[in-house]
Design a protein around this ligand. Sequence first.
Ligand SMILES: [Zn+2]
Length: 96
Amino acid sequence: MSDVSGVVRFEGHLGYHPTWICEACAEPWPCHTFRNIPTENFRDKLLPVMSFMLRTAIRDRREQAHGPEPYEIVKRFLWFLGLTDDEARASAATVR
Ligand SMILES: [Zn+2]
């Protein structure tokens, strides 16, 4: 399991496989508080970490009857990129 806390040096407000629920506030992770951390200084480090985690989250979603669509997970995990729905769908389609 990769840990974004090493990248953002942020305590709490982390979510993990397989539920992807924030352990601090119980929102779908990355939660509102986490998404409000300014990312401009570490976007290059955050992108590969979040990309790896969203792949796991999409695979977890396939094993659940209900939950967000893969493109919604892409938008949620890569919020700092400001993807459109079409861009998020294209990204989600690459996850096997
Ligand atoms: Zn939280």
